[in-house]
Ligand binder design. Structure first.
Ligand code: SF4
Length: 254
């Protein structure tokens, strides 16, 4: 029970404030509950769409594409795409957080995430159109230029202060090269052990992998063992692991 309280201390704190408010000023408490209800309703209408969007990014947009266009090495393209993405997005700013977290997991840089969030919050296209209508196009254009410059500077500063490791990334998937042996194919000839004894050993007439710690980049001798295996029993592929559990989920031959 205490553990649950600790995990949800903010929620407990808010409920306590409501209770105190109900006792001290019932009218204000009722008004607050009504306002909260309005925002909860709004969130319930928006969040399913946001979760659908994050799932689509997760499942359909390859990590490589995100890294090339929004990653640390994306150059000028990254901030430009980020400004565009943030500016044309719809919905309140809290909808941007899950989307940005997914992009971050897929390799977007911190500075580009700051740019997306900030553009989403303050230079969205419908906002600019209204601003031009009510406060003049000159006002809107000047604010847009200055805000955009500030956003870019802010992205740079935040990326220097906040590191990727500072952001909790439970369940982040990483890809690693790995070696697998199809046991049912192996005839125990020992060729793999001869060619790459640091990686393979034959026990009870079956080869086993004794070192799967190959990181990214397969050594030539492992590749050679794979090619020379007469039973085609050696697979080299990528394995997806979740960062915190470090358990293999899927394997894809390369
Ligand atoms: S070379 Fe292939 S068949 Fe021979 S022991 Fe190794 S995995 Fe098995």
């Amino acid at each position: 029970m205490m553990e649950k309280f600790k995990k949800n201390k903010f929620l407990v704190f808010v409920v306590l404030i409501y209770l105190v408010l109900f006792i001290t000023s019932t009218e204000k408490a009722v008004l607050s509950v009504k306002n909260s209800g309005y925002y909860i309703k709004e969130m319930l209408m928006i969040m399913p769409v946001v979760f659908l969007l994050t799932s689509l990014i997760e499942a359909w947009v390859p990590k490589k594409v995100i890294m090339e266009n929004l990653g640390d090495e994306s150059g000028l393209k990254g901030p430009l795409i980020s400004i565009l993405f943030g500016s044309v997005s719809a919905g309140p700013i809290y909808a941007a957080f899950p989307v940005c977290k997914t992009l971050l997991k897929k390799g977007a840089s911190i500075s580009n995430i700051v740019v997306i969030l900030s553009a989403w919050a303050v230079i969205k296209v419908p906002m600019l159109a209204n601003e031009a209508k009510f406060l003049s196009p000159k006002f809107m254009a000047t604010r847009w230029i200055l805000t955009t410059i500030s956003i870019l500077i802010m992205g740079y500063i935040i990326s220097k202060v906040v590191k990727r490791e500072d952001i909790p990334m439970e369940g982040e998937e990483i890809e690693e090269d790995t070696i697998l042996i199809k046991e049912e194919y192996c005839i125990g000839c020992g060729i793999c052990e001869k060619l790459a004894s640091e990686y393979f050993r034959v026990e009870n007439k079956k080869a086993i992998v004794i070192n799967n710690n190959i990181g990214n980049g397969v050594e030539n001798k492992v590749q050679k063992a794979k090619e020379k295996c007469p039973a085609n029993a050696i697979q080299i592929g990528t394995v997806k692991r979740t960062k915190e559990k470090h358990s293999a989920k899927t394997i894809k031959e390369v």
